[in-house]
Write a protein that binds this ligand. Structure first.
Ligand code: 5GP
Length: 116
């Protein structure tokens, strides 16, 4: 994986509002939120551009991305009302940053999903 915008956030070279961190995962607020709560969860050490590039060996890390989002949602009192997690893969999904990331969207009813 070449250096990405998100690698710079991991290294604190560009500012971000970091709201979650553990050994493997960083969570920070999206700069252009699509919901009242919009947080991105990224792996800190694994060079994975897209979900299509992930390997079976990386399954635990992908699981930890999901569990980090769930833990954050619980901690912030978002779990009861619910939330959405989304991972965009390449062009048709509108992926713009090629450092694998999970979107957590919450804080209001999110409407139907998947309409082009
Ligand atoms: P994608 O479209 O690749 O699934 O999601 C990339 C996300 O990164 C977008 O929602 C976009 O708003 C967010 N983003 C792009 N640049 C920055 C930045 O410099 N800081 C933060 N916090 N988010 C960013």
């Amino acid at each position: 994986m070449t250096d990405t915008l998100f690698s710079k956030i991991i290294r604190r070279e560009i500012p971000a509002t970091i709201v979650y961190e553990d050994e493997d995962i960083l969570g920070f607020k999206d700069i252009a939120p699509q919901a009242p709560v919009h947080v991105l969860f990224i792996p800190k050490h694994a060079p994975i551009p897209t979900l299509d590039d992930a390997t079976a060996e990386q399954a635990p890390l992908l699981g930890r991305l999901l569990l980090a989002a769930a833990e954050y949602a619980r901690r912030e009192g978002l779990a009861q009302d619910g939330y959405r997690v989304v991972m965009n893969c390449r062009e048709h999904a509108g992926q713009t940053v090629f450092h694998i990331h999970l979107h957590l969207l919450a804080g209001a009813p999110l409407g139907h999903f998947g309409t082009p």
